[in-house]
Design a protein around this ligand. Structure first.
Ligand code: OGA
Ligand code: MN
Length: 194
């Protein structure tokens, strides 16, 4: 079962790619719940919007259970994963925060880490991809690095696929996309959201 592979891979290498984490119909149902108008993504609270545009070009909306049953199903699924990860790996994950991201044509996200060592509450990053007709040459791949800056792999943003990685250990970037690119990023947290 993939959950066992997820646990093994997180423990041994710190990341895992789960193809078909969601069916296409689930991905489509989630998209239906997302509003047309989103907010420009922000990084921290001190950066101005203008600075951010050079770093990331996506727009986001935080996901809440009042957005519809498909969102609730996704959140429930992530909640059972949280419990299983805690049970098997003693990670002390206490909560999950997640937002939908839309990159317009030309959008990218420069190399970054989601959480610097010991400086925040993000422990495991998840990214669910939602592009149903991605083709070679469309760009928008995720490139993962290790802490020595060695490129580990490049991942196509195929609908239904979810990548998991330890938030502190893997710098990563989103290459410029030639198509509208939609995904859901999430973070298992070591602290409860207030
Ligand atoms: C992020 C991020 C990667 C991706 O939102 O922090 O790095 O592939 N996303 O969308
Ligand atoms: Mn990231």
């Amino acid at each position: 079962m993939s959950i066992d592979k997820l646990i093994d891979s997180l423990a041994s290498q710190g990341w895992y790619v789960w193809d078909d984490f969601l069916d296409l119909s689930d991905v489509q149902a989630i998209k239906q719940c997302i509003p047309e108008t989103l907010q420009d993504a922000r990084i921290g609270y001190l950066n101005t919007l203008q600075d951010n545009k050079g770093i990331r070009g996506d727009q986001t909306v935080w996901l809440e259970s009042n957005m519809g049953a498909p969102i609730v199903r996704y959140l429930d699924k992530m909640e059972s994963l949280r419990q299983e990860l805690n049970y098997q790996l003693f990670l002390g994950l206490r909560d999950f925060e997640t937002h939908f991201c839309r990159y317009p044509n030309g959008g990218f996200y420069k190399k970054h880490v989601d959480n610097f060592k010991g400086q925040g509450r993000r422990k495991i990053t998840t990214v669910l991809y939602m592009n149903e007709s991605w083709q070679l040459g469309d760009g928008g791949e995720l490139v993962m690095y290790d802490l020595q800056d060695k490129a580990l792999f490049k991942l196509e943003p195929l609908a239904g696929r979810m990548v998991f990685f330890l938030s502190e250990d893997f710098p990563h970037e989103v290459l410029p996309t030639q198509q509208k690119r939609e995904s859901i990023a999430g973070w298992f947290l070591t602290e409860k959201i207030l």
